[in-house]
Design a protein around this ligand. Structure first.
Ligand SMILES: Cc1cc2nc3c(=O)[nH]c(=O)nc-3n(C[C@H](O)[C@H](O)[C@H](O)COP(=O)(O)OP(=O)(O)OC[C@H]3O[C@@H](n4cnc5c(N)ncnc54)[C@H](O)[C@@H]3O)c2cc1C
Length: 410
């Protein structure tokens, strides 16, 4: 621990005070100071849990309920090149629950393939991107930055694309493949994609509108908290490969946190405020000279009518229909959105409920079945009873918190 008195004596602070005629103050400064560190060495004071503002969990504060299907492929995202008529189609879909997180890295892979494909041909630099979700926008921007002239063709754009119905969290290995189905080189490819994405996300930190920010999340339980969710199928788990990118999980000692549960674990990770982030991606694309056309393709053959020789296909879950790709399994997820609150930017995981307080809404996702929730369910119809149950869990949680002695709550 730094001794503040020695620090002041050695730092020249005394000399400068004397020089301006304040040497009489020295007696005050040399008086014993109270110790600065008051908590145990295992949990340093500078890392203390800050004040937790309760979320106003009321049914009438839900301003929308959204449902979306994750485009899951057991073999991982599709990124190969396919010939359709005289066109080259570079696929970029099937990112499961990791589409935002892996988007920039995946764009890097497919744009390199598009550039290589163009180089073999006429020397043209025109590229078409089908889709304006997370994968389409990042592929389009990456292609522009590689010197391409890019046109996006899409049936929908934000806020109507499925991507805007995501939780908005850094989850690069969430439902992105099965160990029994991925190729041996997939783990290394995944790691490269995750690192490329992460590096790009760091460049958005501090931007106006908070498109991306670091926030704390708390896993809270009365039972010991497992390191991984119970294994329902052999999902790939790769986070150990990139453990150096984000702060590790910290189990909080009892008495050091303001929550009512016996166990608490804190992590710090990235939140994507998707409303602002998606708009920023689109604005950047247009500012760089990109164009976007509303277009609905009903078969791959329709792509042959486009003027561009190379097409990057970012159609997400809809690729199942457009490309007759039965390898895509829908994994349904529902989010109930509470009105955002000033100063509330944390996440909670409690009793099957995942909450992430974003600037554009406090998202609540109830997964009583853990990672099995929504498997092979393509329904995008909201379930209001589930949203009400989520509110009930939060009310019960903050009700418990209210019964804690005031000193422990703050
Ligand atoms: C509940 C939930 C929570 C999630 N949370 C996270 C998270 O926290 N972090 C994370 O990284 N990922 C998360 N995901 C996953 C992520 O949302 C998806 O992987 C991602 O949105 C897929 O993006 P996409 O661009 O491939 O598809 P989409 O967003 O579906 O975009 C597809 C685009 O293609 C266009 N298109 C499709 N078909 C056609 C056609 N025939 N003709 C013309 N245009 C067409 C569409 O109009 C659209 O513009 C979550 C998913 C769900 C369901």
């Amino acid at each position: 621990m730094i001794n503040r008195r020695n620090f002041l004596q050695g730092s020249g602070a005394f000399a400068s005070l004397s020089a301006i005629g304040l040497s009489g103050c020295t007696r005050q400064v040399t008086a014993p100071l109270p110790p600065l560190v008051t908590s145990t060495p295992a949990f340093p004071f500078y890392d203390a849990v800050g004040p937790i503002i309760p979320i106003r969990a009321d049914l009438d504060r839900i301003f929308r309920i959204t449902v979306c299907t994750r485009p899951f492929r057991a073999a991982g995202p599709r990124q190969d090149v396919e010939r359709v008529g005289d066109k080259y189609v570079v696929h970029n879909y099937g990112h499961g629950g990791s589409g935002w997180s892996l988007s920039w890295g995946s764009a890097d892979v497919v744009v390199r393939r598009a550039v290589a494909t163009l180089a073999e041909g006429s020397g043209q630099r025109d590229v078409a991107v089908i889709g304006a979700g997370a994968l389409g926008l990042t592929a389009a921007l990456t292609a522009q930055r590689a010197g391409m002239k890019v046109t996006i063709y899409a049936r929908e754009r934000a806020p109507y694309v499925r991507s805007v119905r995501a939780t908005g969290s850094w989850t690069p290995d969430s439902r992105v493949g099965l160990r029994s189905a991925v190729t041996p080189d997939f783990a290394a490819n995944w790691e490269a994609m995750a690192r490329t994405s992460f590096a790009m996300y760091m460049t958005y930190i501090g931007s106006a509108g908070y498109p991306v920010e670091w926030t704390d999340r708390y896993a809270l339980s009365d039972e010991p908290i497992p390191d991984h969710p119970p294994e329902v199928r052999d999902y790939v788990r790769y986070m150990d490969r990139i453990a150096d990118l984000t702060p590790g999980p910290h189990d909080l000692p009892p008495g050091t946190y303001p929550f009512p549960t016996r166990y608490a674990r804190r992590t710090t990770s990235l939140t994507f405020n998707v409303a602002d982030y998606a708009r920023q991606l689109m604005v950047d694309f247009l500012l760089a000279g990109g164009t976007i056309e509303t277009r609905d393709f009903h078969s791959p053959q329709e792509l042959t009518a486009l003027p561009q020789p190379v097409i990057i296909n970012c159609t997400g879950y809809a690729a199942r229909q457009l490309w007759s790709d039965e390898s895509i399994t829908p994994v349904r997820g529902q989010i109930a959105w509470l009105i955002p609150q000033e100063g509330v930017t944390y996440g909670l995981n409690y009793n099957g409920l995942n909450v992430l307080a974003r600037r554009d809404g406090i998202v609540m996702m109830l997964n009583k079945r853990g990672e099995d929730a929504g498997w092979n369910d393509s329904s995008e119809v909201p379930d209001h009873a589930v949203a009400a149950e989520a509110v009930g869990i939060l009310q019960e949680f903050y009700g418990r918190m209210a019964k804690m002695p005031p000193a422990k709550r703050s």
